[in-house]
Write a protein that binds this ligand. Sequence first.
Ligand code: SF4
Length: 216
Amino acid sequence: VKNKKSRAQDFLDQLVKAYPDAQIELDYKKNDPWQLLVVVSLSAQTTDKKVNEISPALFKKFKNIKAFADASPEEVEPYIKTLGLYRNKAKHLVLAAQKILMDFAGKVPSDRARLESLAGVGKKTAAVVVANAFHQPAIAVDTHVARVARRLGLTTAVNPDKIEAELTCLWPGPMLLKAHHTLIIHGRVTCIARKPKCNVCPVTSTCPRVGVTVWE
Ligand code: SF4
């Protein structure tokens, strides 16, 4: 019986082959951690597609951190009103921009603790930002990552922090971002919550839960 680390590596190799282009699906200007932080925050309780629809006009109107900090939430709201929780999101973006200007010299912090001190930024958002913008080894655990990892037998945990801690030990640091994007797309298109498509799944021969029909 292979140990968990080597099974994890095998799964990842197979999934990377199946989804070679897996990457973050939110649009933002590369090398602009602020834009990344904004789109990831906005994506809570909505789809990446919806965020991509509104973000060009949002960033055209509010070009940088200072523009967000100088705005009132009411000025931001019209640009994001098609998204869930838009009032809270507008307020949080303005507050986060103000704190970055006042406390962090106008730069998005690159460590998770300081990121999580910003309004509206939780563990998952902070992990996505440090991994994508600052190339730090982190794997953000969302519903897809959690479900796929459990089905593949890589964790039995339910708590996202615990899942993250366990997955972080399974793959080498530089692979965690790839693992994150790959598990998400696998969960979105194949290992979906209800009736996963095990018959077309790239890891069907080794998955311990092949044929599963419920969320777990
Ligand atoms: S075999 Fe089925 S349960 Fe296992 S990873 Fe593939 S789709 Fe998910």
